[in-house]
Structure formats: structure tokens, C-alpha cells
Design a protein around this ligand. Structure first.
Ligand code: PLP
Length: 357
């Protein structure tokens, strides 16, 4: 099956095979990774290797803390302001779709939220130009969502927020392309798209931003406390970290971020070129803001949505239905989706159009 699900999503098959082979006996330890103490030397090694690989692949400079946490990106919607907003009590949020709207809403509990820009007028089919943003120079940070998984817009540029740290929810495009981490104050991501199974949340934070946690911040969600404990203040999601390590190793062997960027751009081009040439299917997203990870599209007649999804399943294509809040279809084509999978989807779409167009 070609799994186009938005997440949890398809993972590289060699990784899953290795995990299956090691399930009962990891590296001669006689234990499954699931059964290991997080403080034992075997797991500590797995944890350290995953962290090193992430730092290497993302090019994380010194001065940044990597945290392996729990709570998902929705948890981070609260954890980020709890840790950072206290510097000034105010934060800027740029709204580009469902996920960034959710982030802004959650942050309001912890301080004053200024909506610096919103794509609402375009129904979130385009990202507001930076010239239209009304940034607060006294904000503790500016929050963006680099890729809106539901709507299908993606930042293809890095906002300039001056001295105010840029915070990004990168849940659905982390590790999909090279990134200049030094332009960000904090990056967070749920792992379940490009990195591994759900349950693991990645946080990369500039250390000088720490020390402003609000008194309500639970210790397990306090970046400084977790950093000092090397993400082991509480029991980390050990098995998810192990799988993430295998995925990171696999991505490195494939050529790292430049190779991922090329692979992802190639797949997205196949799909968008097809959509642009079709009079039956169309992409609602403005060309310069189209996501290379989540390709949203509409059929000419939404009465055909259900037959399209059912037929797709019969052709080994799953997870194609759009999010209920926007409708239509969505093909999520993360790192682990093959070019072959995208060709299979386009072939199915061509056949469907011939039959129903
Ligand atoms: N932010 C983005 C961009 C997402 O795609 C998702 C979806 O998984 C979330 C946040 C929510 O993540 P979680 O359910 O892991 O909290």
C-alpha cells in the first residue's frame, strides 16, 4: 500500500525491517529496546546517537539545546509560551492555517498574543507577505508554522524578525530540506511525519532564551530542567527515540538534507504539474506557497470525493482524504514516500478523470 496519510505516516521500509529483526534482542543484549531502562548504558547509547544524528543532519550550532520530550506539538502550543513568553509577557503569532491558529489560541492563556499577520482573507491558501506583518518589537518571540499540514501552505523563505526570536512548529516539514537553524530561537516538531512514530516531540532551543519559565510550568515541561537532565528528567519515550535514531541513520545514508530536498521537490513537482494540467483536479494553493509535504487538491465535483477515495483504496492508495475542516483531498508525501508512490497516485487520478471527467 502507498500510504499518503498526514501522520502518523509512512516510514522507510528498511527501518521497519531492522526494528522487526531487533525486536526481541537488541544488539545481543537479550532485551527489546522497549524493555530497557532509560538509564541503562544500552539505551543511553541509543539516545545519545539519535541526538548526535539529529544535530548533524539539521546542522544544529552549539548554543542550542536538543530536547526529546512528550506531549506532541499540541502540547508545545502551551509549553512554548510557558517557557518563553515570560521574558516580556507578549508574543507575536502569524496565522497561516489551522495549526498556527491553534497555537495562538493556546498561547493566550500565558500572556498577550498579537496576531502579527493572518492569511484568513485568502482562506489560508497563501502566506501573508512579510511586508504586511505587524510585528511587536517588544515581543518575546514570533511564532510561525513552517508547513500547514491541513491547508497545504509552506514557508519557502525564512521570516526576518530582527532581534525577536523566531519560533517554528516544524512538525510536518522538519528534516525535509536544509535549514539554517541559527535563524531560529526555537524549533519544535512531533516526530510522527518525517522522524518516526508518535510519542516523541523534538525541541531545539537557543539556550540563552531559557530562564523565563512561568511559575505554572510543570517541571517535566520546563526546557531548562529537561536540558540539565539531558531529556531524562522524566522517562523519555524510549522506543520512539530508538526508531527515530534508525530513521535518522537511514536519512544520513541517503545523503542527508540536500538529498531529501531534491527527492521531495521532485515528488511535489510531479503532483503539482499534473494538477495544473488537469481541468478535473485543481490545487487551491497559491503557487509560491505550495507545500512540498502536503499536497491538497479538489475534484471538480465534490460528489465524486467518496468514489475517488474508495477507488484509491482499491488501487493500493490510502490516506488521501482531506482534513474534515477543509474537505477535498490531501496527499502527504513526506521523506519516506517514494517517487513510485506518487506516480501510482497520478496514474490513478488520470484513470479517474478519464472515467468521470
Ligand atoms: N502542528 C502541526 C503542523 C501538525 O501537523 C500537527 C499534526 O500532527 C500538530 C501540530 C499536532 O501534533 P500532535 O498531535 O502530535 O500534538
Amino acid at each position: 500500500v502507498f500510504n499518503f496519510s498526514p501522520g502518523p505516516a509512512t516510514l522507510p521500509e528498511p527501518v521497519l525491517r531492522q526494528a522487526a529483526a531487533e525486536m526481541l534482542d537488541w544488539n545481543g543484549s537479550g532485551m527489546s529496546v522497549m524493555e530497557m531502562s532509560h538509564r541503562g548504558k544500552e539505551f543511553m547509547g541509543i539516545h545519545a546517537e539519535a541526538e548526535d544524528l539529529l544535530a548533524e543532519l539539521m546542522g544544529i550550532p552549539s548554543g542550542y539545546q536538543i530536547l526529546f520530550m512528550q506531549g506532541g506539538a499540541i502540547g508545545e502550543n502551551a509549553i512554548v509560551p510557558m517557557n518563553l513568553i515570560g521574558a516580556t509577557g507578549r508574543a507575536d503569532y502569524v496565522l497561516t492555517g489551522d495549526w498556527s491558529k491553534k497555537s495562538a489560541k493556546e498561547a493566550k492563556t500565558y500572556g498577550t498574543v498579537n496576531v502579527a499577520a493572518t492569511g484568513e482573507a485568502s482562506k489560508f491558501t497563501a502566506i501573508p507577505k512579510q511586508s504586511e506583518w505587524k510585528l511587536d518589537p517588544g515581543a518575546s518571540y514570533v511564532h510561525i508554522c513552517s508547513n500547514e499540514t491541513i491547508g497545504g501552505v509552506q514557508f519557502h523563505w525564512t521570516p526576518d524578525t530582527g532581534k525577536v526570536p523566531l519560533v517554528a512548529d516544524m512538525s510536518s516539514d522538519i528534516l525535509s530540506r536544509p535549514l539554517d537553524v541559527s535563524k531560529y530561537g526555537l524549533i519544535y516538531a512531533g516526530a510522527q511525519k518525517n522522524i518516526g512514530p508518535s510519542g516523541l516531540t523534538i525541541v531545539v532551543v537557543r539556550k540563552d532564551l531559557l530562564g523565563h519559565a512561568l511559575p505554572v510550568t510543570p517541571s517535566a515541561f520546563n526546557y531548562q530542567i529537561q536540558g540539565e537532565a539531558d531529556s531524562m528528567y522524566n522517562t523519555p519515550p524510549t522506543y520512539a527515540i530508538y526508531i527515530a535514531g534508525l530513521v535518522l541513520k537511514h536519512v544520513k545514508a541517503l545523503g542527508g538534507m540536500p538529498a531529501m530536498a531534491e527527492h521531495n521537490a521532485r515528488k511535489a513537482k510531479i503532483l503539482y504539474d499534473f494538477l495544473d494540467g488537469s481541468s478535473f483536479f485543481r490545487s487551491p494553493i497559491s503557487k509560491e506557497d505550495r507545500s512540498l509535504m502536503n499536497v491538497t487538491f479538489w475534484l471538480k465535483d465534490d460528489k465524486l470525493d467518496d468514489p475517488f477515495v474508495k477507488g484509491a483504496l482499491q488501487h493500493g492508495i490510502s490516506g488521501i482524504k482531506g482534513h474534515r475542516s477543509v474537505g477535498g483531498m490531501r496527499a502527504s508525501i513526506y521523506n519516506a514516500m517514494s517517487v513510485e508512490g506518487v506516480h501510482a497516485l497520478v496514474k490513478y487520478m488520470q484513470d479517474f478523470e478519464r472515467q468521470h471527467g
